[in-house]
Design a protein around this ligand. Structure first.
Ligand SMILES: [Zn+2]
Length: 431
C-alpha cells in the first residue's frame, strides 16, 4: 500500500477532502494512474475527456484519454477535475517577501533570507508551480544554490529551479543602492560588471558558486515623460553578447530585465533567452523577437500589485499610468506575434498567489489557450527543460497538477490548484 492510499484515508478522516502531504513525502514504489474527467493536451491545444496519466518512478509513462493500467497500479481518482502539466513561472524572487524591498535586503541576514526562501519555494509548489526561474537573489549572493540543492535532494519541498545567484548590473545601475547615504557604502543587490571583461568574470564566479543561468539588468531607472516611457540602457549590444556567449560556453542562457528602447533592441540583437518586463518594444525589436523566438515576459502581476499597494495617491497614479501604457504596448506585441512566456515577478507580493499572471495576460488580450501554451512551451524552453517539463507526455517528469473546471473556458481555475504531483510524488492531494 503506497503513500497515496494512506493520504486518501487521512483526507476522508479529516473530512476536508484536501490534505497536504508531509514535507518528506516519498515516491511510491509501484505504478500510479492519475484519473480525472479531463486532461489538457498542451501540444494539440485541446481538452481530452476523460484524462489519464500513468506514472512510474519520477516519470510519465503514458498520458491521454486512456492509458494502460499495469498490474499493481494504484489509481488516484481525481473526479471532476482537469489534469495539466505543473505550472511554470519564469520570473520569481524566492529571496524577496512583501514590504520595503530595498530595506529587507539590507536589514535581513542571508541565513534569515534563505530560510524565508525555502518557505517561498514551498508556497509556490503548493500553488502548482513545479518549475521556476529565480531571477536573482537580490543581495543574497549564491544562497539560492543551497535552496536548489535542498529541493533536489528532497530535503525541502519546492519547484525545480534555474538559479542565477545575484543578477549582473553596472555601477550606479538598477540594483545599486543608489539612494542610500554614500558614506555608509551600502552594497549593490547585484554583482557589478562594467564592461565585457567584467561580465565574463562575474558569470564565471557565479557559475562556480552554482548558478544555472544568468540574469542581467539592461535598463533603468524608468520614467514617464509626457505619456512616453523612457529608460536608459545599461549594456551595449556587444557587452550583452559577451554575456550570452560566456553563458553558452557554460551551458547556460541569459535572461534580462529590459523595459524599453534601446535596451530591449540590444538584448534581442544579442540573442538573450527572454526579455523580462518588456514594457516598450520597437517594431524592429518585435520583428527580431519573433524571428529568433525570444519570448517577452510581461510580469503584469507585479505592476498591478504596485499600482494597488502604492505608498501615496501620487505614487498610485504613477503606477496606474505605467500599467495602462504597458497594457497598450502588450496588445501591439501580441498583434505583432511576439512570443510570450509567463513570469509573475512574485516575491514583492506573496508567494503562492502568482497564478494571477495567467488571468491578467488573458484580460489584456491573449486567449486562455495561448497563455497556457506560452507558459508550458516557451517557459520550458527558457528553462532549457523543453524535453522534460511542460507536457503530459511519455518520458517527461511526472509534474502534474489538477484544477476544477476547464482552464480553456475559465483561466482563473489555475489560481485554485487542488492537486500537485512533482517528480511522481504527490505533494498536495485531493479525493
Ligand atoms: Zn524581478
Amino acid at each position: 500500500m503506497g503513500k497515496c492510499r494512506w493520504m486518501v484515508v487521512v483526507a476522508m478522516a479529516c473530512g476536508t477532502g484536501l490534505v497536504a502531504a508531509q514535507d518528506n513525502a516519498t515516491r511510491a514504489n509501484h505504478p500510479m494512474v492519475l484519473y480525472a474527467a479531463r486532461l489538457f493536451d498542451v501540444e494539440a491545444g485541446k481538452i481530452v475527456t476523460p484524462g489519464e496519466v500513468l506514472v512510474e518512478g519520477e516519470r510519465i509513462v503514458a498520458a491521454g484519454a486512456e492509458v494502460e493500467h499495469p498490474a499493481g497500479a494504484e489509481v488516484i481518482d481525481l473526479g471532476d477535475m482537469t489534469l495539466m502539466p505543473g505550472l511554470i513561472d519564469v520570473h520569481v524572487h524566492l529571496f524577496l517577501h512583501p514590504g520595503a524591498e530595498d530595506l529587507q535586503t539590507v536589514e535581513e541576514s542571508v541565513p534569515q533570507r534563505t530560510i524565508l526562501a525555502t518557505l517561498a519555494a514551498k508556497a509556490d509548489l503548493m500553488a502548482g508551480f513545479t518549475a521556476e526561474r529565480d531571477m536573482g537573489t537580490e543581495g543574497a549572493g549564491s544562497a539560492d544554490t543551497a535552496v536548489m540543492r535542498a529541493i533536489d535532494d528532497g530535503l525541502v519541498p519546492g519547484p525545480r529551479l534555474r538559479i542565477s545567484g545575484n543578477a549582473v548590473d553596472i555601477l550606479g545601475g538598477h540594483e545599486d543602492a543608489n539612494h542610500f547615504n554614500p558614506a555608509q557604502h551600502v552594497l549593490s543587490n547585484a554583482d557589478r560588471a562594467n564592461n565585457a571583461e567584467e561580465i565574463v568574470a562575474v558569470i564565471r564566479e557565479q557559475h562556480k558558486e552554482g548558478s544555472t543561468f544568468v540574469k542581467m539588468y539592461e535598463t533603468g531607472p524608468d520614467s514617464m515623460v509626457n505619456g512616453e516611457f523612457h529608460t536608459p540602457y545599461q549594456y551595449t549590444e556587444a557587452e550583452l553578447k559577451a554575456g550570452v556567449e560566456e553563458a553558452a560556453r557554460l551551458g547556460m542562457n541569459v535572461g534580462v530585465h529590459a523595459q524599453g528602447e534601446p535596451g530591449t533592441l540590444y538584448a534581442a540583437e544579442a540573442g538573450v533567452a527572454s526579455i523580462d518586463h518588456a514594457t516598450q518594444l520597437s517594431d524592429e525589436t518585435m520583428r527580431l523577437m519573433k524571428e529568433k523566438q525570444i519570448p517577452a515576459v510581461p510580469t503584469f502581476t507585479i505592476f498591478e500589485y504596485f499600482a494597488e499597494h502604492a505608498g501615496s495617491p501620487e505614487a498610485a497614479a504613477r503606477e496606474k499610468v505605467m500599467l495602462e501604457y504597458k497594457v497598450r504596448e502588450f496588445k501591439r506585441q501580441v498583434a505583432a506575434g511576439v512570443p510570450m512566456a509567463v513570469g509573475s515577478d512574485v516575491g514583492p507580493f506573496p508567494h503562492g498567489t502568482q497564478a494571477k499572471e495567467f488571468e491578467l495576460m488573458v484580460r489584456y488580450g491573449m486567449t486562455p489557450l495561448a497563455v497556457l501554451q506560452a507558459d508550458y512551451l516557451n517557459g520550458a524552453r527558457i528553462l532549457r527543460w523543453q524535453d522534460s517539463v511542460g507536457k503530459l507526455k511519455a518520458g517527461y517528469f511526472a509534474d502534474v497538477v489538477a484544477v476544477e473546471g476547464n482552464p480553456l473556458k475559465d483561466i482563473t481555475v489555475v489560481e485554485r490548484v487542488g492537486f500537485v504531483m512533482k517528480g511522481g510524488v504527490v505533494v498536495k492531494g485531493r479525493q
